[in-house]
Design a protein around this ligand. Structure first.
Ligand code: HEC
Ligand code: HEC
Ligand code: HEC
Ligand code: HEC
Ligand code: HEC
Ligand code: HEC
Ligand code: HEC
Ligand code: HEC
Ligand code: HEC
Ligand code: HEC
Ligand code: HEC
Ligand code: HEC
Ligand code: HEC
Length: 452
């Protein structure tokens, strides 16, 4: 209320036709005249004044139409021009050649955003420069009020991304959408430069093929939730996810797809964050991990073993297991029986035989297809193709690794609560074993033990 005193002085001085120099900006009598206590002194309260007001040039915009002022009804003044034309008396018009105009600008609605006299913010903006007030006069603000709001959108700094007047980019953006994002997300920009594998949409499309830019009901501003979001592009995996006979729990808990994949880029194939086997062993390399199925700790199965099963030398678990789900035992990529006894028939061992010679099981006699033979007698056939008691490969072989050669299962295959030890000894031309199934027996490819 101190102002009253100052204003009172103003009025007195004006009534004596004295030219007063305002302690702030005002130098001219007209301005002073207009800003008397009873009239437009509120114009002085702006922190920033429009230059013509500083110069006291009210008439640059207001033209007197009748002597009398103030009028009871109507106005003694009219604007010297309407809409944008008024501003263009002094400012250059926006050149449509330098970008598509914001509709609000094209329609000459300068005053929707600017106060012609002054502002308590920057740029002569209305509402003290609060863009959330200004922009939401015309645009729907509700999408910005979702659960997860992008930092700069929450802060209302629309101008970090948009030009208010015009732009050559879509949506009045300051830069093309991707460089716009990478300007702030610099760690991602460096990551993309160094990456060997880049998720295709980051090459070809804008970040907003996956992200909302203002706000989203989903974490990380994503356009969707969990696997369903990934399936919007990877449709072929949705069926597997929903219908696989053997489901991989890894897809249904915690980070879901993100348990194994980086979203943007990586140094390993298939956007894996590290070597494939290391990704699997994050979970399958712990003792206390497998609760419901009591699965083995695969890390201990592999550590310090002399022989790794072929694909494992390259850390390639997915050569044998489909990480996304399969219709076969243990997520294997093809048929492999679960039971100890499973006589060979076409298809029974399709899994092993997708990489190994099928003929090693097909003929009672062979001289080339397997080393596991006594003379010509095919002992794979004897053991596996026996229609009554054909034994599965696990009776003699390890799936992942072994200390002895030929992936022989030295620990022994589980048989009920017991483990059948194999005790295999190989020779140049054959071998012998004394498993829990029979006495030590030998085979020899050159000099058959069992003579015909
Ligand atoms: C750059 C142009 C410009 C200048 C300079 C200008 N005005 Fe205005 N003024 C306007 C416009 C445009 C409007 C209409 C605003 C609207 O319709 O929202 C206006 C409206 C007004 C109004 C009526 C509505 C209101 O905001 O109270 C008054 C009173 C007024 N001006 C006084 C002044 C005075 C006093 C000065 C000099 C100190 C001045 N104007 C200088 C452009 C200007
Ligand atoms: C009588 C001349 C004149 C008219 C008419 C005029 N301006 Fe200005 N305006 C100026 C001058 C002079 C400046 C200060 C120099 C500059 O920034 O170009 C200025 C500055 C501005 C600024 C920059 C403020 C800042 O410092 O960030 C904005 C915004 C602006 N004017 C908007 C408008 C709008 C909107 C209109 C129409 C309602 C308008 N002007 C009409 C003369 C005018
Ligand atoms: C949608 C809102 C909006 C509309 C409509 C709008 N402006 Fe602006 N204008 C802004 C914003 C925001 C700024 C930047 C303020 C800042 O720098 O903080 C700005 C800045 C300006 C500036 C300062 C120099 C510059 O270009 O940054 C001038 C001059 C200006 N506007 C004139 C106009 C004129 C003339 C019109 C009408 C033809 C107009 N504006 C319409 C929002 C708008
Ligand atoms: C006076 C009303 C008005 C105001 C205030 C306004 N806009 Fe607009 N804006 C429009 C209209 C009309 C359109 C065109 C129709 C649409 O896309 O909604 C538009 C379109 C846009 C577009 C889309 C342009 C495109 O080519 O797709 C963006 C981005 C935008 N406005 C941003 C802003 C921002 C940021 C502000 C605040 C600084 C703002 N607007 C304030 C009226 C306004
Ligand atoms: C981080 C950058 C960024 C910020 C900050 C930002 N926007 Fe946007 N905005 C975009 C991008 C990118 C698009 C176009 C792509 C899209 O809509 O997905 C867009 C589109 C728009 C559109 C047109 C399409 C639509 O969604 O209706 C409007 C209007 C808009 N923004 C207004 C605003 C307003 C108002 C603010 C401030 C409260 C703001 N934006 C802040 C990046 C941003
Ligand atoms: C002006 C700087 C700026 C620009 C431009 C920008 N961002 Fe951001 N972004 C931020 C900030 C700040 C955060 C919050 C960081 C934090 O909380 O650690 C953020 C967070 C994010 C997040 C993470 C949200 C979360 O909860 O994990 C995503 C996703 C994102 N931005 C995407 C984008 C996209 C897409 C664009 C381009 C349309 C973009 N950003 C442009 C500043 C920016
Ligand atoms: C193919 C979809 C996709 C595209 C395209 C994409 N993102 Fe993401 N982004 C994601 C997913 C999924 C997450 C969540 C990852 C998680 O769960 O940790 C994410 C997370 C983020 C985060 C927060 C976590 C972090 O890594 O800091 C930021 C920031 C981000 N993205 C920015 C961007 C930017 C910038 C672009 C464009 C250069 C972009 N994204 C393009 C899918 C995508
Ligand atoms: C347990 C780890 C793991 C999880 C969880 C996982 N993936 Fe994979 N994904 C992999 C591995 C390993 C590969 C590479 C080997 C291959 O192609 O099978 C791969 C490959 C891919 C490929 C490229 C090759 C192909 O099969 O089309 C896509 C796309 C893919 N995953 C999407 C997804 C989606 C979507 C999810 C979530 C529903 C998901 N992944 C969950 C491990 C995983
Ligand atoms: C906007 C579409 C889109 C979305 C959403 C999307 N992807 Fe992709 N993704 C692609 C395209 C396109 C490719 C390259 C072609 C292909 O392999 O199908 C690809 C490839 C991949 C690859 C193989 C990468 C390689 O180079 O080996 C993986 C893994 C992958 N996506 C995982 C995911 C995961 C996980 C999600 C969910 C977080 C996801 N994608 C969401 C479009 C998308
Ligand atoms: C995020 C943790 C996690 C990762 C990473 C992971 N798994 Fe799993 N996996 C599980 C869980 C949990 C189960 C179910 C265990 C249970 O029910 O006891 C499982 C089960 C399995 C099974 C047995 C399936 C069955 O039902 O018989 C196989 C085989 C398997 N995973 C292979 C892999 C392979 C190969 C990889 C790497 C490509 C991998 N896992 C990565 C968590 C994971
Ligand atoms: C050459 C094929 C092959 C490769 C490569 C392979 N596996 Fe296996 N895996 C199998 C077979 C076959 C079984 C079933 C063994 C059985 O029950 O007789 C199995 C079983 C499993 C099981 C269930 C173990 C249990 O307790 O029954 C897990 C977990 C597993 N594998 C994980 C992995 C991981 C992790 C990798 C990579 C480090 C991997 N596998 C690589 C063939 C393979
Ligand atoms: C994805 C392909 C693949 C599958 C499936 C596969 N293996 Fe192998 N296996 C290999 C490769 C590669 C080698 C090493 C190459 C070699 O020495 O012949 C190998 C080696 C072996 C060896 C040792 C041979 C030697 O001379 O040292 C045995 C035994 C074996 N596999 C048994 C099996 C059994 C049993 C199955 C089914 C449970 C199976 N494999 C499934 C690829 C596979
Ligand atoms: C009764 C034990 C036994 C069973 C059951 C068995 N194998 Fe073998 N397998 C052996 C022995 C012993 C050798 C090593 C022969 C040698 O080098 O003297 C061998 C060798 C192999 C080899 C190396 C190439 C060859 O034939 O010499 C492959 C591949 C193989 N087995 C695959 C399988 C597959 C696939 C199954 C299940 C369909 C299976 N084995 C079942 C004992 C068995």
């Amino acid at each position: 209320m101190k102002n009253h005193k100052i204003i009172f002085h103003f009025a007195r001085l004006i009534s004596f036709f004295v030219i007063v120099i305002s302690p702030l900006f005002f130098t001219q009598s007209i301005l002073a005249a207009c800003l008397t206590s009873s009239c437009h002194q509120q114009l002085k309260t702006f922190a920033q004044l429009h230059e013509p007001l500083v110069e006291g040039e009210c008439q640059a915009c207001h033209e007197r139409v009748v002597e009398e002022h103030p009028l009871k009804k109507g106005s003694s003044f009219k604007l010297v021009a309407d809409g944008a034309a008024l501003c263009l008396e002094c400012h250059d018009a926006f050149d449509p050649a330098s970008g598509k105009l914001h509709d609000a600008v094209a329609e000459g609605e300068c005053l929707a955003c600017h106060n012609p006299h002054g502002s308590n913010g920057d740029g002569l903006l209305q509402a003290g420069g609060d863009l959330k007030v200004i922009c939401f006069e015309c645009h729907d603000g509700t999408p910005f009020a979702q659960e997860f709001v992008h930092g700069p959108a929450a802060a209302g700094v629309c101008l970090e991304c948009h030009d208010p007047h015009q732009s050559n980019n879509e949506a009045l953006l300051l830069h093309d959408s991707k460089s716009l994002c990478l300007r702030c997300h610099a760690d991602l920009a460096t990551g993309l430069e160094d990456a060997t594998v880049i998720h295709a949409p980051l090459n070809d499309e804008a970040c907003n093929s996956c992200h909302e830019v203002h706000a989203s009901p989903f974490a990380h501003l994503l356009k969707g939730d969990g696997p369903k979001f990934c399936f919007s592009c990877h449709k072929e995996l949705a069926d597997k996810y929903n219908k696989a006979g053997t489901k991989h729990t890894a897809l249904y808990k915690d980070g879901r797809c993100g348990n194994c994949h980086a979203p943007h880029f990586s140094s390993y194939a298939a956007l894996l964050p590290e070597r494939e086997s290391d990704v699997c062993l994050r979970c399958h390399g712990k003792d206390d991990f497998h609760r419901s199925k009591a699965l083995k700790n695969i890390r201990t199965e592999l550590t310090e073993k002399e022989h790794l099963h072929g694909p494992l030398n390259d850390g390639d678990c997915s050569a044998c297991h489909d990480p996304h789900g399969s219709d076969f035992y243990r997520l294997l990529v093809n048929d492999y029986p679960e039971s100890f006894y499973a006589p060979y028939r076409k298809g029974t061992y399709a899994f092993c035989l997708s990489c190994h010679e099928e003929n090693l099981l097909r003929f009672p006699e062979t001289s080339i297809y397997t080393l596991f033979r006594d003379g010509k007698r095919n002992l794979h056939y004897t053991h596996v193709a026996d229609p009554r008691k054909g034994r599965s490969c696990r009776a003699c072989h390890q799936a992942h690794a072994s200390n002895g050669p030929k992936l022989v299962n030295e620990d022994g295959a589980p048989f009920g609560n017991w483990k059948i030890p194999l005790r295999l000894v190989l020779t140049e031309t054959g071998g012998s074993c004394s498993p829990g199934c029979h006495r030590r027996m030998s085979y020899d490819r050159k000099n058959p033990v069992i003579k015909k």
